[in-house]
Design a protein around this ligand. Structure first.
Ligand code: SF4
Ligand code: SF4
Length: 352
């Protein structure tokens, strides 16, 4: 197999700086949905970085060793310059973008080079999904998007947020998409702990969403572990599922939080934090000079003792930290990694 220059760059970075591999960039606060478990739409802003500023920020993330970037928001596809940003990011990182199902099909051109697009959809129950998203037609938008983008050959996945409301739907939901060869990866409903000066808020506290049936949650994780034995379309690692299962069963965390260590967050204004609930610790443009300071090490240590949230993406990159964590992910998702490498070697300029 030949590797593209992007893949080679990623391999080199992972060996050179075996630390912060993952960045999530909330590119915009704009959103056209009204999800009930989310605070973002209630606090929208038109202020955001320019195209050139985002590109400079991406260069900086590449220099500090980031391998994978996830664009979210708000809805990042609402940015006018999204094609330019995705093309730029996709040359350097494994790049994923989220859409709520409303916009991706209108911007297929922008998605040609992206590695994955995740469409948010919470359940196969149309009325329930529209209720959760706060928008009539959200379910149809998402289902149509999945079908159209898949036909277009774009690497599409579906991403439900597991909460008490759809807890009993998740396994059938996963089976439905496995049958259609659409990968599923998961978010877990959580609400933001009110840290002083937290960067911004995503999860809204909601009794309706809060998972009360812990036994059923454990069963969901067991069933997903079982489904993974025969399907490569469940995009969550065994190690993460086992850690989540333990958390649901006993309340114990088998990991330390790796905020500002294995992962970091950038917001629409270019502010950087370990996670969105914590305070901003730098502008992205100052990151190179702060990255290796004792103050940042002190923050990493402080965050490593924190247990205030259970956002699944943060758990995932805490469970799989550093080079060994990345190797674990590749091993666990080997069939998908092979597809990714094959796509890269087929589509992009390649070196032997
Ligand atoms: S969850 Fe996403 S799509 Fe829904 S309102 Fe929040 S930012 Fe928008
Ligand atoms: S556990 Fe980690 S990701 Fe969650 S709030 Fe604390 S520092 Fe942030």
């Amino acid at each position: 197999m030949k590797f593209s220059s992007k893949t080679l760059g990623i391999i080199k970075r992972s060996l050179k700086s075996p630390k912060t591999y993952h960045a999530q960039w909330m590119l915009t606060r704009k959103c056209n949905y009204r999800c009930r478990g989310c605070n973002v739409w209630n606090d929208q802003s038109l202020n955001e970085l320019s195209t050139e500023q985002v590109k400079s920020g991406l260069d900086i993330l590449e220099k500090i060793g980031v391998l994978e970037i996830v664009f979210s928001g708000g809805n990042p596809l609402l940015r006018e310059d999204i094609k330019e940003l995705l093309d730029y990011a996709s040359e350097r990182f494994i790049t994923t973008i989220y859409d709520n199902g409303s916009t991706a099909v209108k911007k297929i051109e922008a998605l040609q080079n992206v590695d994955f697009i995740a469409i948010s959809l919470d359940t196969l129950d149309k009325e329930k999904n529209d209720y959760l998203k706060g928008i009539s037609g959200a379910w149809k938008n998402a289902m149509d998007s999945i079908e159209i983008l898949k036909k277009e050959g774009i690497n599409i996945g579906v991403s439900p947020t597991i909460s008490q409301i759809n807890l009993y739907d998740i396994v059938d939901f996963t089976k439905y998409f496995i049958e259609r060869e659409v990968p599923v990866w998961y978010c877990l409903y959580w609400y933001d702990y009110p840290f002083k000066n937290g960067m911004f808020s995503i999860g809204k506290e909601s009794n309706e969403y809060r998972i009360k049936d812990r036994k059923a949650l454990v069963k969901v994780f067991d069933d997903l572990l079982e489904l993974k034995k025969t399907s490569e379309y469940v995009y969550i690692t065994n190690k993460t599922l086992e850690a989540l299962r333990e958390l649901a069963l006993t309340g114990e965390r088998k990991w330390e939080c790796k905020a500002l260590n294995s992962f970091l967050i950038v917001d629409h204004l270019g502010r950087v934090a370990g996670c969105h609930s914590r305070e901003s610790v730098a502008s992205i443009f100052d990151l190179p000079k702060l990255w290796k300071t004792p103050e940042f090490d002190r923050l990493r240590d402080e965050y490593s003792h924190c247990t205030k949230c259970s956002y699944l993406c943060y758990i995932f990159y805490s469970v799989h930290s550093g080079l060994s964590g990345t190797i674990d992910i590749i091993r666990d998702q080997w069939k998908n990694a092979k597809v990714f490498l094959a796509d890269e070697s087929k589509n992009k300029s390649a070196f032997s």
